[in-house]
Design a protein around this ligand. Structure first.
Ligand SMILES: [Mg+2]
Length: 129
């Protein structure tokens, strides 16, 4: 999906930081190994975009999935945003649908927000931070 300005670069930076954090902690928190990205955004050659669409890539699907059931949820989906980014209508629709079907779905503005959502979801309660 097209994003304007520096938002894609900022979002990329924040998501990369989140995945690095998950990598550092997955030894002690093995559930974090299941955190994965769904690369459905960004600019692509039209032929590639068409091929991916035919294979099932859809606009608005969240950026990250943590397929770990917790506290009555089937799993966690995160839409990453730059600190000042906003969810698109298709992203909001996916958030609503996933919530309706029993998933926790959050829009996170930056690495720290996403980290806190994941820690809350998994029941981690760090002493500080
Ligand atoms: Mg995003």
């Amino acid at each position: 999906m097209p994003l304007k300005g520096k938002a894609p670069a900022l979002e990329h930076r924040e998501q990369r930081a989140l995945m690095a954090w998950a990598g550092w902690h997955e030894y002690g928190r093995p559930e974090l190994r299941l955190l994965f990205a769904i690369p459905n955004g960004g600019h692509r050659h039209p032929a590639v975009a068409g091929k991916l669409k035919a294979e099932g890539v859809k606009a608005g699907v969240p950026d990250l999935c943590l397929p770990v059931p917790k506290n009555g949820y089937h799993g966690l989906f995160i839409e990453m945003k730059a600190p000042d980014g906003r969810a698109t209508p298709s992203q909001k629709a996916w958030q609503r649908l996933l919530t309706a079907y029993g998933y926790r779905a959050e829009v996170c503005h930056g690495f720290e927000a996403a980290r806190k959502v994941i820690e809350d979801y998994l029941g981690y309660h760090p002493v500080s931070g």
